[in-house]
Design a protein around this ligand. Structure first.
Ligand SMILES: [Fe+2]
Length: 308
């Protein structure tokens, strides 16, 4: 077993979601194909005993990021501060520095993990930004907000780009740029995906997501995480690297999960695109992340904006 690009204090390359089935394969687990792993903290916070120790074997050895499901940053209920403190303790215990969440809210008291769109309004910008700042105070790290797919935009006062960029500025948070979500939304809401990518602030991006979607109709795509990544989304990833530089990028696959070797082919494709982008104008882009030791950085080989 070899570790390649990522170390436990920095992150780069291509990642994959960690699943319980992987727990028993610690000795054979070949991280050389995958540079980092992502888990939902909700699935692991309550896990102790043998399974908890097995999980810790992985976090001690490999770079992990957290991708939460139930923070409900835009929800009407008060923030669940005991839960957020338990996230912080989990991050401290496993020395995980990155916690991303969805810029949305949960449909049913945070338990069903249905992700509902936040209205794109001035009031919501203020409300959500204040809540992000509070989460960041508690976890003593930046919170990383992900652009989500949405199928209706109730009470819209501004476009999605303004909504997201204003929140990131006011909350001084970071971004998980989901390239598939950009593509799905661009078709469903009839905007130009590349213009959206162009408008995202490079300096706030922490990492990227790639995933498959389902073509329901010519003008309706559904973000399923249950299919292979479509060519249109691979092309948009290439464009994103050209525009912002190469960032750590994770393949999401939550349903209809194929054998690991099939997933690893897609992870490898991410790496190929990263290598191709890096050969244009190689430059190391290191994004410092505050933590209590002050020594954690997020790295990516960057190709600084070679296109307009
Ligand atoms: Fe995502």
């Amino acid at each position: 077993m070899t570790t390649k690009l990522s170390t436990r204090s920095s992150l780069q390359g291509a990642g994959l979601g960690f699943r319980r089935e992987m727990l028993d394969s610690f000795d054979e687990f070949n991280i050389s194909a995958v540079d980092f792993l992502e888990v939902a903290p909700e699935n692991w916070l309550p896990v102790g005993g043998l399974m908890g120790r097995q999980f810790q074997q992985f976090t001690e050895k490999f770079p992990f990021v957290l991708h939460g499901l139930s923070l409900s940053i835009g929800g009407p209920a008060p923030l669940d501060e005991p839960f957020i403190r338990s996230i912080k303790a989990f991050m401290d215990k496993h020395q995980i520095e990155l916690y991303s969440e969805h810029l949305s809210y949960c449909g049913d008291d945070g338990h069903l993990y249905d992700l509902m769109p936040i209205p794109f309004t001035e009031e919501a910008v203020e409300y959500v930004s204040a809540r992000i700042r509070r989460v960041q105070e508690i976890i003593e790290r930046p919170l990383i907000m992900e652009n989500v797919s949405y199928y209706a935009a109730p009470g819209q006062e501004m476009d999605e780009i303004s909504f997201i960029t204003q929140i990131m500025e006011k909350a001084d948070c970071r971004m998980l740029l989901d390239v598939n979500n950009v593509y799905v939304n661009s078709v469903n809401h009839r905007y130009d995906a590349k213009s959206y990518i162009d408008a995202m602030p490079t300096e706030r991006i922490s990492y990227l997501h790639m995933a498959g979607h389902f073509d329901e109709a010519e003008d309706l795509l559904v973000d399923t995480h249950g299919d292979d990544v479509k060519d249109t989304v691979w092309d948009l990833l290439t464009y994103t690297y050209e525009k912002h530089g190469v960032f750590p990028t994770l393949l999401e696959r939550d349903f209809n999960i194929p054998p690991l070797n099939v997933l690893l082919r897609e992870v490898d494709k991410i790496k190929q695109i990263q290598r191709a982008a890096s050969t244009a104008v190689p430059e190391t882009n290191t994004i410092p992340l505050s933590n209590k030791n002050g020594d954690i950085a997020l790295s990516a080989t960057a190709v600084q904006a070679t296109t307009n």
